[in-house]
Write a protein that binds this ligand. Structure first.
Ligand SMILES: [Zn+2]
Length: 253
């Protein structure tokens, strides 16, 4: 690569990570707005909740744009061709954004985030009851729990939230402990995804990586606490944690 091309690629990487960190900030803001909406709902201020939801919808649109841009900008140097004419970068970037839009998970993710928001508000007064409209299949597919597909590495059985090096298969979206999955791929000729029931044959290791969304989603799972998946199980989970401490007593080593 020529030094100009290298500089260009570096600039694109920087622009992409800037957009990416903006995406992270928006996601944090969304989480704060969700907590705030829950507080308003508890306090019996539905008009405030409604207002927040409208703001969330607006933020969601920016979130999608920015996340698409973060993905697309990385591909711009590859699409760029040196020529005598001045390059219309705006057009070039737009073309890449459109390509990314067709394949990216961003809008699915933002649908889940919106759903997460509505679910949190709904649960204040209707915990355990299905949200209106849940009988529709597409709604079930965008449910919040689907962001993190598996909560334990299928090989090491370590909880995903405790992994030092979590990676995700970009095809089937399952999450593994990095060293374990790399070792697993090395030992198997046509390595099938080790998550039970997943039919995917694992792609090249390059497609099993830690995308920045993964760390954020794990962080969200961690900070939402044991009640994240089922609030009524909080006590049970706390009991389990105490059991873990005692585990050494009945160990056979
Ligand atoms: Zn899988």
């Amino acid at each position: 690569m020529s030094s100009a091309a290298t500089r260009f690629a570096t600039a694109a990487d920087n622009a992409s990570s800037e957009a990416q960190s903006l995406v992270m900030d928006m996601r944090k803001a969304l989480n704060s707005m969700k907590s705030l909406a829950v507080d308003f709902e508890r306090a019996g201020k539905p008009d405030k909740v409604k207002q927040l939801e409208e703001e969330v919808l607006e933020l969601m649109a920016s979130y999608e744009d920015c996340a698409h841009l973060a993905e697309a900008v990385k591909d711009v140097p590859g699409a760029y061709q040196l020529s005598d004419q001045t390059t219309d970068f705006k057009k070039l970037i737009e073309a890449e954004v459109n390509k990314v839009k067709g394949t990216s998970r961003v809008s699915g993710d933002s649908q889940r985030l919106l759903r997460q928001f509505r679910e949190a508000v709904w649960d204040v007064h209707h915990a355990g009851q299905p949200m209106p409209g849940d009988e529709q299949e597409d709604v079930v597919m965008t449910s919040t729990q689907n962001i993190i597909l598996n909560v334990k590495c299928p090989i090491t059985l370590k909880p995903v939230i405790e992994l030092t090096n979590p990676v995700r298969c970009q095809d089937c979206r399952h999450i593994y402990d990095k060293d374990a999955i790399i070792d697993y791929i090395r030992r198997n000729k046509a390595p099938k995804c080790p998550v039970a029931g997943c039919p995917k044959v694992l792609p090249h290791v390059a497609r099993i990586n830690c995308d920045s969304y993964l760390l954020m989603e794990i962080e969200e799972l961690r900070s939402s606490g044991p009640g994240a998946t089922n609030a009524s199980d909080v006590e049970d989970i706390l009991d389990d944690e105490e059991d873990l401490v005692d585990d050494d007593e009945d160990g056979d080593n």
